[in-house]
Design a protein. Structure first.
Length: 237
């Protein structure tokens, strides 16, 4: 999904079965006005029209549709607009301050080291993660999600889930999970299969084809103190 607005409308349709209508940059978007047969067979109802333009940016009266999406208007059905606004204004979890020379500080150095490779996927680049003004959020805010949001071949460490017809290799692909807020999580990995952070790191090994295997092997080669330092750093995120 290219933006939170379309993500919101998609979630309304495919997670909750609620069809909606919108104008996106002057185009009537009907994709979210069609019931998903997989969710609600055998219906495939289409709701005609698009939001009225009484108040640009929101649908202020769905019952008074004017089918007017002219002028490059982007207008969301009101509840989807509210949902989008809520998500856009969620604050990121604040990291714990790290004192120099502590176990957490040593763990941060390990995390960012080329040898351990953690930060190659769980990225924090200040030149990449900077907010724009989309959704009314102030621009220029630097944030550190600890993810590149890309798909990686995790080998047998992948969840094996895919669409019909996908190859086994495709089902091994996993999107890098953001680590911000990980100190609050009791269940780790895609299946919640462990509560132990060391085990979660070791599970990145996915056989010879897994892109996380080298990082897992590098972690296993650390001393007990170094492993503890790295885990203590994770408890600051």
């Amino acid at each position: 999904m290219p933006d939170l607005a379309q993500f919101s409308a998609d979630a309304y349709l495919n997670e909750m079965g609620i069809s909606t209508n919108h104008c996106f940059r002057g185009t009537v978007l009907t994709a979210f006005a069609t019931e998903n047969r997989a969710n609600r067979a055998p219906t495939n109802a289409v709701i005609n029209g698009c939001p009225d333009d009484g108040v640009p940016g929101t649908d202020d009266n769905l019952a008074a549709e004017t089918n007017n999406c002219s002028g490059g208007l982007t207008e969301l059905q009101e509840d989807v607009g509210n949902f989008t606004f809520f998500m856009a204004h969620l604050a990121p979890p604040a990291p714990v301050a790290i004192q120099a020379g502590t176990s957490q500080d040593r763990g941060r150095t390990l995390f960012n080291s080329a040898a351990l490779q953690c930060s190659q996927c769980h990225r924090t680049d200040a030149d990449v993660f900077v907010s724009t003004s989309a959704g009314g959020v102030p621009s220029g805010i630097v944030f550190a999600p600890y993810s590149d949001f890309l798909l990686h071949d995790m080998g047998t460490a992948g969840d094996g889930i895919g669409n019909a017809g996908d190859s086994v290799a495709v089902t091994h692909r996993m999107r890098t999970a953001p680590l911000w807020g990980v100190r609050f999580r009791n269940k780790l990995m895609h299946d919640g299969g462990t509560t132990d952070r060391q085990v979660a790191i070791q599970r990145h090994a996915g056989g010879s084809g897994g892109q996380g295997t080298a990082a897992a092997n590098a972690f296993n080669a650390l001393s007990s103190q170094q492993k503890n330092d790295l885990v203590n750093f994770l408890y600051t995120l």
